[in-house]
Write a protein that binds this ligand. Structure first.
Ligand SMILES: C[S@@+](CC[C@H](N)C(=O)[O-])C[C@H]1O[C@@H](n2cnc3c(N)ncnc32)[C@H](O)[C@@H]1O
Length: 221
């Protein structure tokens, strides 16, 4: 099935509220567990989360790793408003810093982070090379990368089946977003080609019926 790109930044109020209300607890906690298992040093490091949305992953990460500091970035102003509220409610302002910023070209230092993470951002971007370029720029020499995203199913019917299996009871706005995201996602082969072009010697692995993971330490230049 051909890729069908979707709208990039999530700044529509209805869409943002539906996303923030959705229950991603299982998948987000699994993201944190997998990250800390793959890169145990992250638990004491500085971590940047690209496309953090309402900050559920940064919060779970900070709670699971009390010595970690998390910088969480999103280009959507309404997402950042909700993220700030959630971080304040969790009393994590001292360890989770929110930045409203558009990638590429984030106003953050080269090599400034021990670990660069991202969940469900890559598929939203018109230019995946810009994403991997920013990942490489932000990670310190010897630091780690951990990225999870959807991968594109074989057909529209399979995408509908996945939405019904994973999000049957969710808001229809969220379900439509989820469907569009599956159609906009890259295949494992496409992500492998992106990584090779970016000089990142990792292979994406399939992590569930709809998720892929890219995890590794970029070579020092
Ligand atoms: C599908 S959401 C994922 C949110 C969060 N990572 C999660 O797992 O729940 C993708 C987020 O990336 C943000 N985004 C999209 N394009 C972006 C860009 N170029 N720079 C920064 N954020 C971007 C969107 O606004 C949205 O909040």
């Amino acid at each position: 099935m051909k890729r069908l790109p979707e709208k990039e930044v999530m700044d529509d109020e209805t869409q943002v509220i539906a996303y923030a209300k959705a229950d991603f607890a299982g998948v987000n906690q699994a993201f944190v567990g997998r990250l800390l298992a793959a890169h145990p040093g992250a638990a004491r490091g500085s971590i940047i989360d690209l496309g953090c949305g309402p900050a559920d992953i940064p919060i779970r990460l900070a709670q699971a790793a009390p010595e970690a500091k998390v910088t969480a970035v999103d280009a959507s102003a309404p997402m950042i408003v909700l993220a700030k509220r959630a971080v304040a409610k969790a009393k994590l302002e001292a360890r989770v810093t929110l930045v409203e910023g558009y990638l590429p070209g984030l106003p953050l230092p080269d090599g400034g982070f021990d670990v660069v993470v991202s969940n469900s951002l890559l598929h939203q971007l018109p230019d995946p090379a810009a994403f991997w370029g920013e990942v490489k720029r932000l990670v310190r020499p010897g630091g780690a990368v951990f990225v999870m995203d959807l991968f594109r199913p074989a057909s529209e019917a399979e995408a509908r089946r996945i939405v019904e299996a994973a999000a049957a009871g969710e808001d229809p706005v969220l379900k439509e977003d989820f469907y569009n995201s599956l159609l906009a996602a890259f295949s494992l082969e496409e992500v492998a080609a992106q990584l090779a072009a970016a000089g990142l010697p990792f292979a994406p692995t399939q992590a569930s019926e709809r998720h892929l993971v890219v995890s590794g330490v970029p070579p020092r230049l």
